[in-house]
Design a protein around this ligand. Structure first.
Ligand SMILES: NC(=O)c1ccc[n+]([C@@H]2O[C@H](COP(=O)([O-])OP(=O)(O)OC[C@H]3O[C@@H](n4cnc5c(N)ncnc54)[C@H](O)[C@@H]3O)[C@@H](O)[C@H]2O)c1
Ligand SMILES: OCCc1c[nH]c2ccccc12
Length: 296
């Protein structure tokens, strides 16, 4: 398949590193329920396809059980390590993060990850627990095993607790983000503290949250730019300085998503999509963990 050569833009993080703004995720289409030691060859080929198409930002997590496949695919891709941006997350072994990261690195066959994330704040019963865990992340960054450190699924109250004692501000917060879950207060908090926003579930308004108030406008934009509604959704993130993490097991879709690097929405179009999106609330992940007030 022909490669699209428009480069994926980078976002500069608060620690001076750069993150590619379109990422390939291994957590959803590929969710592995079975034995982690049994290699899913289709997934290995899927990751290699993504890398070959030009994806360099690869999103994993210990809980996805996909780190062994990421490791094999990275090695077999032949792409130099330093050209890739590899992310993994900790949640299962949060009580021993140092060993959790060392185990993840072994599975990934890597010496370091570009970004290590606390997968969610729900393990903590107190602010002190959030703060101590973050201090461990800071030590890991110092050791060089993780170039950048960040969090995922944190709300303003979790970030506030962490920042009270942090020496290093989280580089990013990976959250569910799409027109029907825009988190204006959380995004303001991120901006104020220089925390990058990375979006999972970016296609939601164009896929699983249909029908919705943004449908007609997404269809009109899709016609105007001659791309799919999913690609409009990805560009809507990028145009707001938000990194989009998407995925597919289909090569054609992965290739098409890269068209999000080839056009720009106008400020008026972004504003209209924001306003239409605010007319509906939809959360696809972790519904049981978030209060109703996560609309703010
Ligand atoms: N930190 C977290 O808690 C968390 C939670 C969820 C996901 N993630 C990460 O983000 C990645 C992407 O998440 P996502 O899968 O929700 O992202 P997404 O919204 O981009 O959805 C991708 C899914 O939509 C499907 N899709 C694409 N086009 C479609 C169409 N036209 N019709 C129907 N379905 C279509 C794809 O096949 C794929 O399964 C995951 O793989 C994982 O790495 C992280
Ligand atoms: O990243 C959060 C979504 C997700 C995919 N697979 C999982 C397994 C356990 C917990 C969360 C997830």
């Amino acid at each position: 398949m022909a490669k699209i050569h428009t480069p994926i833009p980078n976002l500069k993080l608060n620690d001076g590193t750069s993150m590619p703004m379109l990422a390939y995720g291994t957590g959803t289409a590929w969710y592995k329920k079975g034995d982690e030691s049994v290699i899913d060859n289709a997934l290995v080929e899927g990751i290699k396809t993504a890398i070959n198409l030009g994806y360099t930002h690869l999103d994993g997590a210990e809980v996805y059980k996909t780190e062994p496949e990421l490791g094999i695919a990275i090695k077999e891709s032949g792409v130099p390590r330093e050209k890739l941006y590899v992310v993994t997350k900790v949640i299962v072994n949060i009580s021993d993060i140092e060993n959790a990261l060392k185990t993840s690195l072994k599975k990934l066959q890597l010496d370091y990850v570009d970004l290590y994330l606390i997968h969610a704040p729900f393990f903590a019963k107190s602010d002190e627990e959030l703060q101590c865990t973050w201090a461990t992340m800071e030590a890991l960054q110092k050791s060089g095993l993780a170039k950048s450190i960040g969090v995922s699924n944190y709300l303003p109250q979790h970030l506030e607790a962490v920042l009270k004692t942090a020496k290093v501000t989280p580089a990013c917060n990976q959250i569910e983000f799409h027109p029907y879950l825009q988190h204006p207060a959380l995004l303001d908090f991120h901006k104020k503290h220089g925390i990058a926003t990375t979006a999972y579930g970016p296609l939601t308004a164009a896929t699983k949250a249909k029908p919705g108030p943004a449908d007609d406008f997404l269809a009109a934009l899709s016609k105007k730019y001659a791309v799919s509604e999913g690609e409009i959704s990805l560009r809507w993130c990028i145009d707001q300085d938000i990194v989009a993490i998407t995925t597919s097991s289909k090569e054609q879709r992965l290739s098409d998503y890269l068209r999000a690097a080839t056009f720009k929405l106008t400020p008026a179009e972004i504003k209209q999509l924001n306003e239409l999106g605010q007319q509906k609330h939809f959360r696809g992940f972790w519904q049981d963990k978030f209060d109703k007030d996560d609309r703010s």
